[in-house]
Structures are given as C-alpha cells and as structure tokens.
Design a protein around this ligand. Structure first.
Ligand SMILES: Cc1cc2nc3c(=O)[nH]c(=O)nc-3n(C[C@H](O)[C@H](O)[C@H](O)COP(=O)(O)O)c2cc1C
Length: 170
C-alpha cells in the first residue's frame, strides 16, 4: 500500500476521479478504506451503514443498468443504511441513516485519496434498478456509490466558492 498523505494534502488533493486504470485495488487497500468507514461517527452510534462491495465482473456490468457512473472502476462500494437500525429523532421522526451513510462514504473517499486512489461520490443511480440488481432487502436504503481505483490521471478538484460566500457570522 502507498504511504499515506497528510490531512491537508488529502482534502486539497481529493478530486472526483472518473477514469481508472484496469487494475483492481489490493485487498489491503480495500480493507483500509472500509476500516475508515467503520470508524466514522453515526447518529447515536447506531452504525446503520451497510456497505456492499462489488468486485465481481458480472455484477459490475449489471451495475451499469442502474448508473452511468461506475466509470469502469473494478471496485464499487454501495453505501446503504439499514432503516431498521438508524437513529430516528423523536421530535420529528427524521431518519438519520442517510446522514450516517454520507459521513461513512466521506471517510472512505478521503481514506482512498490518502493512499493515492481515486473515487467519486455518486448519487446518479436508478434506485429501483439498483435495489433489484443488488437484491437488497427492503430495509437497506442505498445512498451513494463509490467507484474506486487507480486514477488514470491526477486532476485538481473543482473550484469552490469563497468562504465569505458560504459562511455567515452572527
Ligand atoms: C451528493 C453528491 C452526489 C454526487 N453525484 C455524482 C454523480 O452521480 N456522478 C458524478 O460523476 N459525480 C457526482 N458527484 C461528484 C460532484 O460532481 C463533485 O464532487 C463536484 O463537482 C466537485 O468536484 P470535485 O469532487 O472534483 O471537487 C456527487 C457529489 C456529491 C457530494
């Protein structure tokens, strides 16, 4: 596994990678990424995330029925939450599984960058087709997909608004 980057390098160098080499990432790299997801905070520590790892060639092909955004990565993680496991806020009944899954996915995306792998946070998928292709139980709600691999080229991330455009001091 490649040496890990400093945190400021990770957040500066992460970009949405949409082009990968044909090599599958190593098992130790996958485990490093999954472990970073496991350590993410979740509402009430309910750990409602459920991560489907797809590396099987047939299934990778089938995923393309659900999304145009696998980018031919050889490893695709589908980050779900279990709606029977997540915290539900009592004051308004809000399910927090989607937030759990998003934080878990972000941890994993940054972990991937830290070991020089590329990934993209993907939400452009057909929910029903994806559930069907993966044969997900009714209580598993897919939130995002992370195609992961070795970047074909390193790019800068997209431009950002200035802090003054997004931060409001009161
Ligand atoms: C919630 C969310 C959904 C996204 N869905 C997709 C997607 O379906 N397909 C895709 O190519 N990129 C997707 N992206 C990546 C964004 O387009 C990307 O993060 C943004 O343009 C900034 O570019 P950067 O990540 O390179 O900085 C998504 C990102 C987020 C946070």
């Amino acid at each position: 596994m490649n040496s890990k980057k400093e945190f400021d390098q990770v957040i500066n160098e992460r970009f949405s990678c949409r082009s990968f080499t044909s090599d599958r990432i190593k098992m130790e790299e996958l485990n490093y990424i999954l472990e970073a997801g496991r350590l993410a905070p979740t509402a009430k520590n309910k750990q409602s995330e459920r991560i489907i790892v797809v590396e099987n060639e047939n299934l990778l092909e089938k995923l393309k029925e659900a999304t145009p955004c696998t980018f031919d990565a050889k490893t695709v993680l589908i980050v779900c939450y279990d709606k029977n496991a997540c915290w539900i806020r009592s004051t308004d009944g809000k399910y927090h599984g989607e937030i759990d899954a998003t934080i878990v996915a972000t941890h994993m995306m940054l972990a991937a960058t830290s070991i020089n792998l590329g990934s993209t946070f993907v939400c452009a998928f057909n929910y029903d087709i994806l559930k069907n292709v993966l044969d997900l139980p009714e209580n598993f709600i897919p939130v995002c997909m992370l195609p992961i691999g070795y970047p074909k080229e390193i790019k800068p991330h997209n431009t950002r608004l200035d802090l003054e455009d997004i931060v409001i001091y009161k």
